[in-house]
Design a protein around this ligand. Structure first.
Ligand code: NAP
Length: 326
């Protein structure tokens, strides 16, 4: 049997139940992973609470889009992976059916990648969604280059922190945005070249100050909502804004772009493409080896307390990833 987290109705963390289910055998082309740890993401909160625009199959929905573990069964035709290989889940687009909040998950073999050496289990559980999203948005989508001024919103969060590290790793200049000036020192320690705290400073003015009047070359908008026009004002003509998150549930005004290219980004467009996943994995592995890329872990829970992990994320006081060990 295998312990699995399921929910039958939308709601708060208390709708989550840990149940015992038979272990599924991998079909042809699939592998089964014995999950050692998984991270809880804002997407899981959206699925659980009913805020997802896409379908969640109730009752008895699973959830969870990232995690790490060890291959413990391989289906027919799988030659690139063997029992015992440590892996990371690279994409779980059907989390309602196969979610990673579980002791075992069965997925197509191309949806796992080798676990980079040098990460412990909790870090490996927390690395992929944040770093693949930040890499995909900044490098693949916006074409980030050395010297670019990169404005990172929600920089205190998991994707934001990954974006700061990735920008540094390629020689770009990350400017972090937070709503709270009390987080400035932490963000400098996390890799920001400059921090703009919107409780103290006017965003567009501060960006122009930090870019010698030019404006940001790239904006990573993880918040959206009514603050986005300010970000566009802070960008230089010809800049790129990648809208990749939706932390502010309020409507986003139609972008008055003034020469700024705006992309809407969902990481599945890359994490379901084996060619891009190969680039992402190579970039990540090199950064981990060099010591420049490493996820920030906020807190670790046990599977029995998965509702506590969701509650912690709901409270919004975390700084980095919330991880559950299995
Ligand atoms: N496009 C994709 O494929 C993709 C993939 C992964 C994640 N995402 C999305 O990206 C976003 C960030 O994910 P994450 O895991 O980094 O989240 P996270 O770790 O929960 O981010 C937390 C930080 O975001 C900031 N924040 C929260 N609510 C905010 C609000 N209403 N306005 C402004 N800032 C706010 C806060 O920073 P301060 O208190 O310092 O301001 C907070 O510390 C989420 O919306 C997530 O769903 C998208």
């Amino acid at each position: 049997m295998s312990r699995v987290v399921v929910f039958d109705e939308f709601g708060g963390p208390d709708v989550l139940r840990v149940v015992d289910e038979p272990v599924t055998e991998p079909a042809s082309g699939e592998v089964r992973v014995r999950v050692e740890a998984f991270a809880v993401n804002p997407l899981d909160r959206m699925m659980r609470s009913g805020a997802m625009p896409s379908t969640v199959h109730l009752p008895h929905s699973r959830l969870g889009v990232e995690g790490t573990g060890v291959v413990d069964a391989v289906g027919a035709g799988v030659t690139a992976l063997a029992i015992g290989d440590p892996v990371i889940l690279a994409a779980v687009p059907d989390a309602s059916a196969r979610g990673s909040h579980a002791e075992h998950i069965t997925v197509p073999a191309e949806r796992v990648i080798a676990r980079p050496a040098g990460l412990d289990v909790t870090e490996a559980a927390a690395v992929w969604v944040a770093f693949s999203t930040a890499y995909g948005a900044l490098v693949e989508k916006a074409g980030m280059r050395p010297g670019d001024h990169v404005l990172v919103t929600a920089a205190s969060g998991a994707v934001g922190r990954a974006a700061l590290q990735i920008a540094r790793h390629v020689g770009a200049v990350p400017i972090a945005v937070t709503r709270h000036s009390g987080k400035a020192d932490d963000l400098v320690a996390a890799g920001a070249a400059a921090v703009i705290a919107t409780d103290r400073a006017d965003l567009a003015e501060a960006v122009h100050h930090h870019t010698a009047g030019t404006g940001a070359d790239i904006v990573l908008d993880l918040v959206m909502g009514p603050g986005q026009p300010n970000l566009l004002r802070a960008a230089r003509p010809g800049a790129t804004l990648v809208a990749a998150g939706f932390l502010d549930p309020r409507p986003t005004p139609f972008p008055a772009t003034a020469g700024v290219t705006v992309h809407s980004y969902r990481s599945f467009e890359h994490t379901l493409d084996p060619a891009v996943v190969r680039r992402m994995a190579a970039f990540l592995t090199a950064g981990v080896r060099l010591g420049t890329l490493r996820p920030a872990i906020d807190r670790v829970f046990t599977l029995a307390d998965v509702a506590g992990a969701h509650h912690h994320l709901d409270q919004g006081l975390h700084a980095g990833k919330v991880v559950v060990t299995v």
